[in-house]
Design a protein around this ligand. Structure first.
Ligand code: FAD
Length: 314
């Protein structure tokens, strides 16, 4: 029989030596500002804490799920039955030969800044993409035609038993907003990026240009949303068509369910006007998919990750 929650928290204290928070509102950890309560919540600040919390969950048959900054995730209205582990393991180190090593809880922006300050180029496209390095590798985050998979050399992953192993770029099978981690329940601990020597001022100018460009496309930073909701569909000839364009043509702008609404400035952004529930977002997304299928015969795929309250580990 499963021990009660208080007993689990006591055991966690003994084994992990940190407090396990109970009944934590996930909306506070999501840029969408949506989500019910997780039974348990833990912010890991060292690789050892990641390992011991994952081992703890596994040995107690508790579902667990690792998140970064919550900028690309939609939590369930019912929260999460099990343990949410927020990866806050941070740190960046310069290695030889233009390589940079970072823990995956580091913010991508910090990594971009670090590389620029070291006169290393290759990550300028990522300026302004919110979230952690781990989240960025998971979803192969990108902008301006470049993505994280283009510069990732290798990474250390952790399995469900808390064991580390090193993998190279190929392991991730990177594609457009895709990595093999979407099919595997593994945790990114550390990553090494291969960058090139460049001119510090030129790198900084490129970053500024990209940040300016983003300001014209995105809603204000205070808006509660998770970036592009759908991926841009790839056509038979291999070219991408903007999901926002198809959505706009399908009459998406102005659509709203509860407090979930299509952003007036860009039809591929679903925003939370205040009290949206995950259910509202999912219903609105379904309506958008139905319209695009009906009008263009195109099936849109979600970029935003929806985490159901009951998650069965693969
Ligand atoms: C304003 C705004 C602008 C955005 N612009 C862009 C953009 O230009 N390009 C783009 O690609 N995306 C963009 N996004 C989406 C988002 O920023 C990225 O997907 C980001 O990389 C997610 O990182 P995160 O740490 O917030 O991940 P989370 O949202 O916390 O998690 C997303 C997924 O990553 C997984 N994950 C996170 N950390 C780990 C880890 N250590 N190990 C294993 N899995 C992990 C989670 O399990 C989850 O499935 C934008 C979002 C917002 C809100």
């Amino acid at each position: 029989m499963m021990p009660d929650r208080a007993a689990i928290a006591r055991l966690f204290r003994t084994e992990v030596k940190r407090t396990l928070r109970q009944s934590v509102s996930l909306r506070l950890y999501s840029n969408f500002k949506i989500g019910g309560r997780a039974d348990f919540f833990f912010a890991a600040r060292s690789p050892q804490e990641l390992r011991s919390s994952i081992r703890f969950a596994r040995s107690r048959r508790l579902s667990f799920y690792v998140i970064g900054s919550g900028t690309n995730i939609l939590f369930d209205d019912e929260g999460f039955r099990g343990l949410i582990i927020r990866n806050e393991v941070q740190g960046i180190k310069k290695l030889k030969g233009g390589r940079v090593e970072t823990f995956c809880g580091t913010s991508l922006s910090d990594l971009v800044e670090f590389a620029a300050a070291e006169g290393l180029r290759g990550l300028e496209f990522a300026a302004g993409i919110p979230g952690t390095v781990g989240g960025a590798i998971f979803g192969n985050a990108g902008a301006f035609g470049r993505s994280v998979g283009d510069v990732l050399k290798e990474a250390v992953l952790m399995d469900g038993h808390g064991r580390d192993f090193l993998v190279d770029n190929k392991y991730f099978e990177f594609g457009y907003r895709h990595s093999s981690l979407k099919k595997r329940h593994l945790t990114l601990v550390k990553a090494v990026f291969q960058l090139k020597k460049g001119d510090r001022e030129k790198i900084k100018a490129e970053i500024e240009k990209n940040l300016e460009e983003r300001k014209t496309r995105h809603p204000s930073t205070k808006t509660a949303y998770a970036g592009s909701y759908f991926k841009n569909p790839i056509q038979a000839d291999g070219t991408k068509v903007a999901a926002g364009y198809l959505l706009e043509k399908a009459g998406a702008k102005g659509l709203k369910i509860g407090d979930a609404a299509v952003f007036a400035g860009h039809a591929n952004f679903i925003i939370n006007l205040g009290r949206a529930r995950a259910r509202d977002v999912l219903l609105l997304a379904q309506e958008l998919k139905d319209r695009v299928r009906k009008d263009f015969g195109v099936e849109l795929d979600e970029e935003v990750v929806y985490l159901p309250a009951i998650f069965s580990m693969p």
